[in-house]
Design a protein around this ligand. Sequence first.
Ligand code: NAP
Length: 281
Amino acid sequence: MILIDGKKAAAELREELKHEVSSLKKKFNKVPGLTVILIGDLTPSQIYVRNKEKSANEVGLKSEVIRYPDTIEQKVVLEKIKELNKDDSVSGILVQLPLPKHIDKQKVIQTIDPSKDVDGFHPMNVGNLSSGYDSSIPCTPLGCYLLIKKTEPNLNGKKAVVVGRSNLNGKPMTQLLLKENCTVTITHSKTKDLKSECLKADIIVAAVGIPELVKGDWVKKETIVIDVGINKTEKGIVGDVDFDEVSKVAKALTPVPGGVGPMTIACLLKNTIDCFKRSQK
Ligand code: NAP
């Protein structure tokens, strides 16, 4: 079984991006800039944002974090986003989710200029992705996609099953696999007989949020299994795939932690650089 090493793949991607930033600096005399807006003091969000800032600095991006208390008025946040939209030194804008209840997530996402939307959540980017056009792609599915391609470069005609249909993971993942000419089945909580769907798959991407849902007898021998899940349990952090069982049958599997997770931040950096490059065209 191939253990897909997301840590290593993310380190390699960051190294490539570092070189890219340095050649962009030579060519344009400036570097891509990422601005993150963090509202409130939720611990996981604080940790994510600190890691994003650290990784951005490591590859040579200009990075800035704007912090607001969770009592901030929505209009202040929207005004700040509009200001950043006009700022040429800002290539990418990310508003860390979740937001406090009084702030309308959709309104915030739609206020970000689509050309600076490094999370790929703006409806214009969602539409471009599903139409097969160039767009920002949500970071986690982009990371999954890169890990799958590293393991199996030619996905033509492969049968893929995506478990979970969230806007964050399942839906964009489906579009990426379709673009690679996979035959894709997208499943969800109302799917009947998920096991038999998974048993048909050459590729399974599980993004559900249920610990160890995908079992060993749901997976064929030649299947590549990508586990997006991050679930806190009594035995620690586990994925949506039963690692002990599935590692005995699958062709390749991502561990949790150390699989998809590290790729997510590396892909955010990639998206920031891609936004910068598009803006220079
Ligand atoms: P989400 O928005 O809660 O969506 C979960 C999806 O799973 C929904 O589409 C739901 O179906 C489906 N589902 C629920 N129960 C199911 C079942 N029994 N069988 C089949 N499908 C079922 O979750 P998400 O934001 O996509 O996140 C999924 C997991 O990924 C979570 O563990 C999260 O922590 C993790 N995650 C990891 C990263 C990373 O960087 N590695 C990033 C983001 C999220 P319905 O639509 O019918 O409700």
